[in-house]
Design a protein around this ligand. Structure first.
Ligand SMILES: *Cc1c(COP(=O)(O)O)cnc(C)c1O
Length: 403
């Protein structure tokens, strides 16, 4: 076995026999699209993160869009989104016709802080800011207590982009922590079940909430804005037979919705993955702690991102920060050298305010924290099937490439 030839990607799924058996059974059952597994998976997911309700959809992007729809975001509304995130956080608001004000972030963690949120509010001026979407970048939680209290003072709703943070816990009070997804300090929380995330359904997403009306709205928006619930029918003469029975073919469309449904066999994968979530979490924490220890001697040329006090995160990405000009190498060159040693890396993310679409729409915005984080960031391999030797190998390769 030549361990040194094995390529380590920055992230990947972990699939075992139990997953194969679960999906196979679902494929042999009666429903491939929405069947009994979807509701079972949603209930199990809600229980796992301590939320009252969970709505599964076919991507994390759909999960974010459903959250924005549940809040009634519409043209004329403004939302605040930290600039260091995946495109979908901002796009979800745009799908509703809302406009985005990008917030700057802490340059050393990439996270939205209450101070940056307040600065973005000031920049928004007298526009109607309806929601803020803090991102738990890498799995480290944004400062939800401070952000939520500022949001509350301004009547702003809070949607957590928790796509990186499944399985983590966040500070919820002076001495307490709550699972990410419990919505302890938010209206809704959104997860992605893409293969590089902490657990997967292939493509998939989940939105959690404790609000029954939002839950019902998201179910409706997920499937064309349709309802089959006789209690909600408006065309009574079309909906009901003279004997008062609802007509069996009948449904109504009450709003413009989408097809964001997830398949039953994807949820079967979700069910078996969810059973392994505690193991994935434990493994990611172990590997991250090992990185923390082994990378410490590489400071100050290479820095890591510490967790916020009171949080117990589960990292999706392990980010390191390197001052590339100071080591005399471009990031592209550094990544190529690592690739030559069998180590995959990735950059997360070009700040969204720099994307041509948003620049065309909003003009140039000066967000030095986001730009500084971006200039130094590199995601190194982190996934449950890595071994401790793999971690040591990544650290050794980093040491060599730092020169
Ligand atoms: C992955 C991700 C999304 C989108 O999830 P998809 O499942 O790929 O649609 C949104 N926000 C963040 C921060 C993500 O990492």
């Amino acid at each position: 076995m030549d361990n040194h030839q094995k390529f380590l990607p920055y992230g990947r799924q972990s699939i075992d026999e139990a997953d194969l058996a679960s999906v196979t059974a679902a494929l042999q059952a009666d429903y491939l699209t929405t069947g009994p597994t979807v509701g079972r998976f949603e209930a199990a997911f809600a229980a796992a993160v301590g939320a009252r309700y969970a709505v599964a959809s076919n991507s994390g992007t759909a999960a974010l869009h459903l959250a924005c729809l549940a809040l009634g975001l519409a043209p004329g509304d403004t939302v605040i989104v930290p600039s260091v995130t995946f495109l979908a956080t901002a796009n979800a608001a745009r799908f509703c016709g809302a406009e985005v004000v990008f917030a700057d972030v802490d340059p050393d963690s990439g996270r939205l802080t209450a101070e940056h949120f307040a600065a973005a509010l000031t920049r928004a001026g007298d526009r109607k800011v309806k929601a803020v979407l803090p991102v738990h970048l890498n799995g480290h939680c944004a400062d939800m207590l401070a952000i939520a209290s500022l949001a509350e003072r301004h009547g702003i709703r809070v949607v957590e982009d928790a796509c990186h943070a499944l399985g983590g816990a966040q500070r919820a009070g002076n001495d307490s922590a709550a699972p990410v997804g419990a919505c302890a300090h938010s209206d809704l929380a959104c997860f992605s079940l893409h293969p590089v995330k902490t657990m997967t359904t292939g493509e998939g997403g989940v939105t959690t909430t404790n609000d029954e009306r939002q839950y019902q709205a998201m179910q409706m928006f997920r499937s064309h804005g349709m309802t089959r619930d006789p209690a909600t029918f408006r065309h009574r003469e079309l909906a009901f037979a003279p004997d008062g029975q609802a007509n069996p073919w009948y449904y109504e469309m009450h709003a413009l919705g989408w097809n964001y449904r997830i398949t039953d066999f994807a949820c079967a994968l979700g069910e078996s993955q969810l059973k392994k979530l505690p193991g994935f979490v434990a493994r990611r924490r172990e590997l991250a702690a090992l990185y923390d220890r082994l990378l410490a001697p590489l400071a100050p040329r290479l820095k890591t991102v510490p967790a916020q006090s009171g949080d117990d995160p589960t990292l999706h990405l392990y980010a390191v920060l390197i001052d590339f000009p100071a080591i005399g190498k471009s990031r592209a060159q550094f990544m190529a050298e690592l690739r030559g040693l069998g180590i995959g890396t990735m950059v997360h993310y070009l700040p969204v305010h720099q994307q041509p679409y948003y620049r065309d729409r909003y003009g140039r915005v000066d967000l030095p924290g986001a730009d500084s984080y971006y200039a130094r960031q590199l995601s190194i391999p982190l996934y449950p099937d890595m071994t401790q030797d793999d971690v040591a190998r990544v650290v050794e390769a980093l040491r060599r490439c730092l020169g």
